[in-house]
Design a protein around this ligand. Structure first.
Ligand SMILES: Cc1cc2nc3c(=O)[nH]c(=O)nc-3n(C[C@H](O)[C@H](O)[C@H](O)COP(=O)(O)OP(=O)(O)OC[C@H]3O[C@@H](n4cnc5c(N)ncnc54)[C@H](O)[C@@H]3O)c2cc1C
Length: 198
């Protein structure tokens, strides 16, 4: 039986992932892209001034050793591993990430409102979670949800949290206990809980 001819549409990470697997199966595909360059969001453009503009990904957070090795091979082992130290900028303040665990140093008025809303929300009857906005309100209370993640969502996803589902959340957004919020508001050494470490 002759081998099938396989075409992969799109040359981003998904297309190259498929092609890599097909090669391993002895079925090298033909790849097409609607752009005049390959790589999808992984493409980078170098300008005459020497500036390199990455269209999308230039860092990987994967903990999967097989994928790490694949990425390392694809850049001839030329990469750096760095420990992540994430900060946020909010109205002249630089709270550590995630802010829900690092309220210390923020304006007193804000801390008090965040904590009282958080407590109120935890004792409220459970409501159905229809979208990301519902999830944020139920997880953090109104003041925190509206001051931080909802603002970020508008900037990053270009749409209000009401328009997003919750199936993408996974470990991305940490849902703290009251004790953790309180500790983060008074102690300079809140735990590192972010899912990205390096
Ligand atoms: C600004 C930015 C920064 C990011 N930074 C990171 C990061 O640091 N680390 C990280 O892990 N992720 C990052 N991401 C997410 C990452 O870019 C995506 O998850 C990933 O690139 C998606 O890969 P993909 O192959 O699904 O899509 P894409 O990379 O978008 O590839 C899709 C390809 O399909 C082509 N195509 C579409 N329709 C057709 C068609 N009909 N026929 C032929 N070709 C077609 C497109 O031209 C494109 O080349 C970032 C994203 C953005 C936007």
């Amino acid at each position: 039986m002759s081998k099938p001819n396989i075409v992969v549409l799109g040359t981003g990470m998904a297309g190259f992932g498929a092609a890599h697997r097909l090669h391993a199966e002895g079925l090298p595909p033909v790849m097409y892209d609607k752009n005049s360059y390959y790589g999808g969001h992984t493409a980078s453009f170098r300008f005459d001034t020497g500036f390199l503009f990455d269209l999308g990904p230039h860092i990987s957070f994967t903990k999967d050793a097989r994928i790490q090795a694949l990425f390392a091979d694809s850049v001839d082992q030329r990469f750096e591993t760095i420990q992540i130290n994430l900060n946020n900028y909010w109205r002249g303040f630089w709270p550590q990430h995630p802010v829900q665990l690092h309220l210390r140093g923020m304006p007193d008025e804000l801390i008090v409102k965040v904590i009282s809303d958080f407590v109120e929300e935890r004792s409220a009857p459970e409501r159905p979670i229809k979208n990301y906005a519902d999830w944020l309100l139920a997880s953090f209370g109104r003041t925190f949800a509206e001051s931080f993640p909802m603002q970020y969502t508008r900037k990053y996803h270009l749409t209000p949290a009401e328009n997003l589902s919750t199936d993408w959340l996974g470990p991305r957004i940490y849902r703290p206990s009251l004790e953790e919020v309180l500790r983060g508001a008074i102690s300079p050494t809140a735990p590192q809980v972010h899912y990205i470490t390096h």
